[in-house]
Design a protein around this ligand. Sequence first.
Ligand code: PD2
Ligand code: ZN
Length: 294
Amino acid sequence: MPVVDASWEQWLSSNVSRGCSMDSMIDAMVQAGFAGEAARTAVGKAFGLTLAVTGAASHGAAATEAVLAKPAPSAYQYDAMPVASGNVIHAYDRDVRVLMRCEKPQVIVFGDVLSAEECNEMIERSRHRLKRSTTVNPATGKEDVIRNRTSEGIWYQRGEDDFIARMDRRISSLMNWPVENGEGLQILHYGTTGEYKPHFDYFPPDQPGSSVHTAQGGQRVATLVIYLNDVPDGGETIFPEAGVSVAARQGGAVYFRYMNGQRQLDPLTLHGGAPVLGGDKWIMTKWMRERAYG
Ligand code: PD2
Ligand code: ZN
């Protein structure tokens, strides 16, 4: 059975600060192999510790009462998504099919964003250049290798060659957000058992480490995850608070938007990459910022 070591402590404290619910954190720990009681104890303690940092009660029932007494953050207001309406969206040089739309949280599943040939080209370009993925430490802003994220990846600078520039333009057109506001494309590879535990893609506004990342381009506003291969078993993108999961199908993609026009952040966009149970998984990710980036 796993133990609550330094990387789990970091996972617990960053998820508390990001507004995750106790239940979703306990579920994630149980899925990772903890006994229910051990998960409940660790999560309860993490909520208590966070309160201690903010000067409130720090132990047991007092901490729980203080959690419950905390004023509810003002509810996220769902305003119109920038993505076009309709069943087929013409995105720069390709017609993309809409397979599913969810309003709360704002999630859209697309088919055929990339052709099979384009997916295979991205995989072959990346296969020999992968490095172990990192996660932003919310306290320091530094990139840490931690086991919440068992994948390897590589970044492509925006417009770094004609092929990448075409992908950037197509994605920008599909997300209906300026190409200049996009981070570079990231390719990720997970082997069997690889996963990415539930997290938010936005930088937690109350954490000191976030300002380093938002200084340029501002906050992240929306993500597009494109699946580059068919995953034989597992590896879905999961939204545990919304009860939604998206299967990895070559060329398909999932879009989700978490910052509205008032700059509120949507806690229902908590999401993760479920463990790959058979074969491997390749994805390409685009994160969009509020303003021009890079
Ligand atoms: O691998 C995924 O499905 C996944 C899910 C959630 C990747 C990411 N987030 C990410 O790279 O942020
Ligand atoms: Zn993510």
